[in-house]
Write a protein that binds this ligand. Structure first.
Ligand code: IMP
Ligand code: MG
Length: 214
């Protein structure tokens, strides 16, 4: 599968074209994916997912925290499809919390730090909803944990996939956009918990990496 390709030399949009919280103005270089474009792409992902998985009850599994905004918006679009067509699928939700990042570096250890028992997913059609795939380790770890619980079907949708030499080669089933190898924030993607309260996806500048370092 391919997503919309954001090229490496993408100039993006100047911050002052859109509404960006005042407290982040100094931290961002440009808007790389405006909120409206995220929504338009998400609407189409919802349609593709319902087309492929629509015969069965879907359990949407949100990977917290970064996935929560995308999860909520994607589910709204799936709900809209359910409400407005002759065919519809029951949708239930579940949450898992994983952590693999410190500052702007992926660590080798992926930890599950909360959420329901995965065993509730046995025999279900599971749609994992993730914000971004970089090395692929988080998703590979989650998929192997999940497979121990014998779900009937597992599909993965990630809003973003980073083009990076650090990739394990893992590709999700559905991809919103393929993005350059920069650290991205906004739309629930964070840097040490900051920038989740920003609607657009932006590139973090070097000053900000220092400013919000832990
Ligand atoms: P992976 O295990 O290397 O594929 O990393 C995936 C996780 O790292 C994602 O779920 C994110 O939480 C986080 N991550 C990777 N790249 C970024 C980024 O550019 N901005 C914010 N979080 C990121
Ligand atoms: Mg994540």
């Amino acid at each position: 599968p391919r997503g919309g390709r954001i090229p490496d030399d993408e100039k993006g949009y100047k911050l002052d074209l859109f509404c960006v919280p005042k407290h982040y103005e100094e931290d961002l270089d440009q808007v790389i994916i405006p909120h409206g474009l995220i929504m338009d792409r998400t609407e189409r992902l919802a349609r593709d997912i319902v087309r492929d998985m629509g015969g069965h009850h879907i359990v949407a599994l949100c990977v917290l925290k970064g996935g929560y905004t995308f999860f909520a918006d994607l589910l709204d679009y799936i709900k809209a499809l359910n409400q407005n067509s002759d065919k519809s699928v029951p949708l239930t939700v579940d949450f898992i919390r994983l952590k693999s990042y410190c500052n702007d570096q992926s660590t080798n250890i992926v930890k599950v730090i909360g959420g329901d028992e995965l065993s509730t997913l046995t025999g279900k059609n599971v749609l994992i909803v993730e914000d971004i795939v970089e090395t692929g380790r988080t998703m590979e770890t989650l998929l192997s944990l999940l497979s121990e619980c014998n779900p009937k079907m597992v599909k993965v949708v990630s809003l973003l996939v980073k083009r990076t030499p650090r990739s394990s080669g893992y590709r999700p089933d559905y991809i919103g956009f393929e993005v350059p190898d920069s650290f991205l924030v906004g739309y629930a993607l964070d840097y040490n918990e900051y920038f989740r309260d920003l609607s657009h996806i932006c590139i973090l500048n070097e000053n900000a990496k220092e400013k919000y370092k832990v």
